[in-house]
Design a protein around this ligand. Structure first.
Ligand code: GLP
Length: 244
């Protein structure tokens, strides 16, 4: 596992975007796995900037991690809308294809199967991840088991409280989400997990400085052979060791 610590999130985002450019340039049909959340924003700023500077993303396919159950693509808090506003609408030219699970699909089990088929057709070259305060990746929440494939997940009280800031209050946060499974995340050729701010310091230390546990879903990334943690100094503060 490589650990890269930056003095601010903006610099970290520029570094992650350079890794994405490397991926895009080194593959005939590059596939980026993308995530939502405030952590991804500096990365999207830098990636959109790179396309304005000449990076060609017209062969690149993107697949997102998750979506809230019940929210259509036009809902202001949907991850579809997040991606459109923070990345897709800002590109100098569009990606070849962009996929997100449909939270308003009439048959959620069929939607999960269809999304796994999309993931099978587009194996992820670079997966960008954030981490929830409880250690979730995508919406793979802490528990006794971690699911391999795309599934419907009840969101934990912690997660609903954490995301209440976008919805006004925790009750308004959807109770369930669709998320790709940990096997799909671990199947990515390369993984970059970003975390910024003092609030993430504890969970980063638990996930990457300790044992692998389903109670800290991000800890399974310790089992992957090509993971880079992209942190700012405050998020890295409690890791036992730094460096590669
Ligand atoms: C969200 C997403 C995750 C994301 C996490 C962290 O709910 N499902 O993919 O990594 O929570 O969000 P933030 O970056 O805003 O802290």
């Amino acid at each position: 596992m490589r650990i890269r610590v930056f003095s601010c999130a903006r610099e970290a985002g520029v570094y992650a975007a350079a890794l994405a450019e490397q991926t895009i340039l080194s593959s005939e049909h590059p596939v980026l796995g993308l995530s939502t959340g405030s952590t991804a924003l500096p990365f999207y700023d830098a990636l959109a900037g790179l396309t304005a500077s000449g990076l060609d993303v017209s062969r690149t396919v993107t697949v997102n991690l998750d979506e809230y159950v019940g929210l259509g693509a036009d809902h202001p808090q949907s991850f579809h809308r997040f991606m459109h506003e923070h990345l897709f609408a800002r590109l100098a030219e569009p990606f070849a294809e962009s996929h997100l699970p449909r939270g308003d699909a009439p048959d959620l089990a069929a939607e999960c199967r269809a999304y796994d088929e999309i993931l099978r057709r587009h194996p992820i070259d670079l997966q960008i991840l954030g981490i929830g305060l409880n250690g979730h990746i995508g919406f793979n929440e802490p528990g006794h088991v971690l699911h391999s494939a795309t599934h419907v997940v009840p969101l934990s009280g912690d997660t609903r409280r954490q995301n209440a800031r976008f919805f006004g209050d925790a009750q308004a946060v959807p109770s369930h989400a669709l998320t790709i499974g940990v096997q799909s995340i671990l199947a990515a050729r390369r993984i970059v997990l970003m975390a910024f701010g003092a609030a993430k310091a504890d969970i980063v230390a638990r996930a990457f400085g300790g044992e692998v546990s389903t109670e800290v879903p991000a800890s399974v990334l310790q089992l992957h052979r090509d993971v880079t943690l992209v942190l700012d100094e405050t998020a890295a503060a409690r890791l036992p060791r730094r460096g590669c």
